[in-house]
Design a binder for this molecule. Structure first.
Ligand code: KIV
Length: 290
């Protein structure tokens, strides 16, 4: 087990995104929901970590993001914060945490910042969230917006489909992006939108676009870590490129361990503790007769 963290390059704060965009440098963002993955992702050099409500699908097995609670996001953010020292940490505002009024939304966002240690929050929605984004930014809470496919709207949308495919729908997305920039968002996630639409938005905004299933023009790419490393179940969306198969690695390790347990090969003497040489136990007591 390594106890020392390697030296970190400079910590990423919100303004770094604009600087990177101005220089034409692409950034990388991954999700993390716990200490070990945050630590691995951070030490690998990822620029931003999203404590996404995708945890609903990925680690809670809910099937969608609707049931995820503020407490779940807050607790995950605390763990991620302990594991990451360089990446910008963004906490997702879960369904229901910003829908009942701006005061309540501010309170919940502040909880993620104060208790969770988030450095920014993300929330889903277009023009309907412009007032709220404005308010949050006024309260010193950096906001990353999220348009295109917004998984919290799954029941309204009737599934997970590419958004902005007609000229009319694309125009609405582009307008929404501009309104959210105007409201003060420092970045906008574009999820499942045609690459041409993402390119227009990226070129027309001064803030960063964070693409997932939105093509290569976006300033930042984000993926769910578990998709990238093959630690998920079922069919993956077409935008996922799987770079490892961690599920297979885990299954193989467990299978080998079980074989060793069953054959008595595990644990060996090396993996157990003996008494000090000067301790004598004497004769073991006989079991009491019934
Ligand atoms: O919750 C999440 O992980 C997200 C990303 C997929 C952008 O919203």
């Amino acid at each position: 087990m390594a106890y020392l963290k390697p030296d970190k390059p400079e910590k990423v704060f919100v303004p770094a995104l604009r600087e990177a965009k101005e220089k034409g440098e692409k950034l990388a963002c991954l999700t993390a929901y716990d200490y070990p993955t945050a630590r691995i992702v951070d030490e690998a050099g990822v620029d931003m970590i999203l404590v996404g409500d995708s945890m609903g699908n990925v680690i809670h097995g809910y099937g969608n993001t609707i049931p995820v609670t503020l407490d779940e996001i807050c607790s995950a953010t605390k763990a991620v914060k302990r594991g990451a020292s360089r990446a910008l940490i963004i906490a997702d505002m879960p369904y229901g945490s910003f829908h009942t009024g701006d005061d309540e939304a501010v309170r919940n966002a502040l909880k993620l910042m104060k208790d969770g240690g988030a450095e920014a929050v993300k929330l889903e929605g277009g023009r309907n969230r412009v007032g709220l984004v404005n308010r949050l930014v006024d309260e010193e809470i950096p906001v990353m917006a999220h348009i295109g496919l917004t998984p919290q709207s799954v029941h309204k949308l009737g599934g997970y489909r590419v958004q902005g495919k007609t000229a009319e729908a694309a125009k609405i997305l582009i307008e929404d992006a501009k309104m959210l920039e105007e409201a003060g968002a420092f970045a906008i996630v574009l999820e499942l939108v045609p690459r041409e639409v993402a390119e227009i938005i990226t070129n027309e905004l001064t803030i960063s676009t964070v693409g997932i299933g939105a093509g290569s023009a976006c300033d930042v790419q984000v993926l769910v870590l578990h998709d990238l490393i093959g630690f998920t179940f079922g069919r993956q969306p077409r935008f996922v490129r799987q770079y490892a198969n961690v599920s297979e690695v885990i299954t193989e390790a467990i299978t080998r361990w079980m074989d060793d347990v069953r054959s008595g090969f595990y644990p060996s003497e090396k993996e157990s503790y003996g008494l000090p040489d000067d301790v004598e136990l004497g004769e073991p007591k006989k079991a009491a007769s019934k």
